[in-house]
Ligand binder design. Structure first.
Ligand code: PMP
Ligand code: GLU
Length: 393
């Protein structure tokens, strides 16, 4: 009976963000007054025109299988958006696949490129699922720790230092969850040259592409001539359009890689939900003022929360450039580690945050606060944090 589950799963941890979301829900259900700043889920409703499109699709009986690649009009909208924004040309027929969530798009991309024994570079702090997904594919994550003192800047030297002959791919995420960094031109140039020199596949998770606080600051590695043929670009609807529960995302890339992604999709989930995809078409082609409105609110949250936390003696906090998280350094506050700090904050302040250690070796010494809840929740949560962390312990 010892080996009834796959050995590779022995190395895989539960999603720290999802486990914490469950914890916050159960604390709330048990009657505790909890302020949840853990999850990356926008408090906004999904825009009306998106709801209407999905409701109309349901009313029309649009409730059957679609092409496994996704609705042609949605693939075209994705390809048009890519070419408009970054000049990257992908054929909607063969080079775009609509997926049930960006999470599945990352997973299918990794399954499409990795063999057992391969290794994957992951600059950290990084989103909790990349390393676990690499392990699910039978490969090994190789973290590339970045340093808070350098504002988590990525460089060719840091990448070269972790290179082994087994490295097959690199996972990038900009704007970055949890640090809020947006990769700049010099970092992207380094990545492009490094990936070309070592013939690596780039999996570029750009799910926060719309949430940047300086116009046009988000750039994609696929824009670089060395990278166009080696990059799988992932994005989705959860963050930009407040559609986390819809489970809708997409991946685009060169045909050879996309044919492999399609095989994974066809033999796992099949495709994304039909009426859900109609909502996606409305999101991409419809009025974008709701996105603008949300980004403006995240901008106010980040400035206010950054200002408030920076007043707490011992806390260092960079102002995020994108995404909707704050990632303060709490290492001078005397906790044994970030997990202990997060636990103490639940007990003492009733505020749930994510310990930085969940984001890999580069994340220890930090906590992550989500700025996606409502203004009232963010203000109440951050005020409580500031109060308890300013008190002598
Ligand atoms: N990538 C990053 C960096 C994220 O923060 C998230 C949020 N869950 C995802 C991918 C997945 O998004 P979803 O599955 O909701 O499309
Ligand atoms: N991306 C969000 C987060 O980091 C949602 C949870 C998840 O999918 O990991 O909190």
């Amino acid at each position: 009976m010892e080996h009834r589950t796959a050995r590779k799963l022995a190395q895989v941890e539960r999603s720290a963000t999802m486990a914490l979301a469950d914890r916050a829900r159960s604390l709330q259900q048990s009657g505790r007054q909890i302020i949840n700043l853990a999850g990356g889920d926008p408090h906004f409703g999904t825009p009306e025109h998106v709801l209407d499109a999905a409701q109309n699709a349901l009313a029309e009986g649009f409730t059957h299988y679609t092409s496994s690649r996704g609705l042609p009009e949605l693939r075209k909208a994705v390809a048009d958006r890519l070419s408009r924004r970054s000049g990257v040309i992908r054929d909607p027929e063969h080079e775009v696949v609509i997926t049930p969530s960006a999470k599945h798009a990352v997973f299918a991309s990794l399954m499409a490129v990795l063999d057992p024994g391969d290794e994957v570079l992951i600059p950290t702090p990084s989103w909790v699922s990349y390393g676990q997904m690499v392990r699910l594919a039978g490969a090994q994550p190789v973290p590339v720790p970045l340093f808070a003192a350098d504002n988590f800047t990525l460089s060719r030297e840091l990448l070269e230092a972790k290179l082994t002959p087994r490295i097959k791919a690199i996972v990038l995420n900009s704007p970055t969850n949890p640090t809020g960094r947006v990769l700049n031109a010099s970092e992207l140039r380094d990545i492009a040259e490094f990936s070309a020199a070592h013939d690596l596949v780039i999996i570029s998770d750009e799910i926060y592409e719309d949430i940047v606080f300086e116009v046009n600051s988000h750039r994609s590695p696929a824009e670089y001539s060395e990278c166009a043929d080696r990059t799988l670009t992932v994005s989705g609807f959860s963050k930009s359009y407040a559609m986390t529960g819809w489970r809708l995302g997409y991946v685009s890339g060169p045909r050879e890689l996309m044919d492999a992604v399609l095989k994974v999709q066809e033999h796992s989930v099949g495709e994304a939900g039909s009426f859900i995809q109609r909502g996606g078409v409305a999101a991409l082609l419809g009025d974008h003022s709701p996105v603008q409105h949300m980004v403006e609110q995240y901008d106010r949250h980040r400035k206010w929360a950054h200002g408030a936390l920076s007043q707490v003696p011992g806390i260092e906090c960079a102002l995020p450039e994108g995404a909707f998280y704050l990632f303060p350094d709490i290492s001078a506050l005397g906790f044994s580690d970030s997990h202990a700090c997060a636990q103490w904050l639940i007990d003492e302040a009733g505020v749930v945050v994510t310990p930085g250690s969940a984001f890999g070796p580069g994340g220890e010494g930090h906590i992550r606060l989500s700025l996606a809840p409502s203004t009232a929740t963010v203000e109440a949560g951050v005020n409580r944090l500031c109060d308890v962390l300013s008190m002598p312990r």
